[in-house]
Design a protein around this ligand. Sequence first.
Ligand SMILES: Nc1ncnc2c1ncn2[C@@H]1O[C@H](COP(=O)(O)OP(=O)(O)O)[C@@H](O)[C@H]1O
Ligand SMILES: [Mg+2]
Length: 334
Amino acid sequence: MTERTTENLPWVEKYRPTTLEDVYGQLDIVSTVKRFVHEGRLPHLLFYGPPGTGKTSTIIALAREIYGANYKSMVLELNASDDRGIDVVRNQIKNFASTRQIFSQGFKLIILDEADAMTSVAQNALRRIIEKYTKNTRFCILANYAHKLNPALLSRCTRFRFSPLSEDAIHERVKNVVIREHLSIQDDALHALLKLSKGDMRKALNVLQACKAASLSLDSNEKDEEITAEMIYECIGAPHPQDIETVLSSIMKDDWSTAYMILTKIKQMKGLALVDLLQGFVELLDGVELQPKTRIGILKGLAEIEYGISKGGDEKIQSTAVIGVVKSSMENEA
Ligand SMILES: Nc1ncnc2c1ncn2[C@@H]1O[C@H](COP(=O)(O)OP(=O)(O)O)[C@@H](O)[C@H]1O
Ligand SMILES: [Mg+2]
């Protein structure tokens, strides 16, 4: 690809692994699957696990490695969440699996992405399709949740769970991108990025790209801004730890109206929803010394409020409830 065409690509595409060596943090899976290939006994595969952990990237890199220049004729990529029904899938698979292999022997590969989006009727049909074409094709099924797949389908595949990536694995990849994109990023910003991505490489790259856009200097003579932790929190839409601490300690120590004012002010200024703050409170409370009874009271109360919000509870009433829960539990401490 030329510089011009890659320039407009989202980084998750621009930096999609092209070989298995570029897949980070999934060494065991990569080496096992490679061994299957080299021993010539590739089973049907199921890759499952949370988004952004390299499922799609791994199977595509593997297929490239196996088929090289014959990729197009030997690999069929289908996305099951395309709203087209099993009949279309069946026909595509049928056409693909029954055309003659001119260039090479061996199995053709059918990649079925996001298979857990399929209805159970479709999954049943798929099971029969797999059986029918097992002679000359291998399937690789990709899904977020194995439990959403039909057990009969599961039992026909060798399963690999893709875990959330370690911060080290994300760090490795992000380091490359930082160099190749000439970014300057502060240490604590990098640290926040790794932590907030929660093992999701897609998220890490998307946030980094958004921060890069935010840091661009309008004046071409000036250097772009350095990426700061503030920018990372803003792009992710997560509250800054400092803000969480300010709000929580105000609720604990100040009088009611001051606490309410600070809570609403920070929510407004930072464009946060109450539920973002709640998550932060719970994490922060881990490190605060409290009597067990107080802690239980607060956590139980916050959990109820979080549930209330998810049911569409009024933001203002829920905000006051947060203050009420914390303050009334804190009475134990006195
Ligand atoms: N293990 C990984 N190693 C390197 N890059 C990864 C990895 N996992 C995800 N990525 C990056 O995130 C993007 C999305 O990955 P993808 O393989 O589509 O994830 P999934 O299919 O698990 O949701 C890829 O384009 C790639 O840039
Ligand atoms: Mg995927």
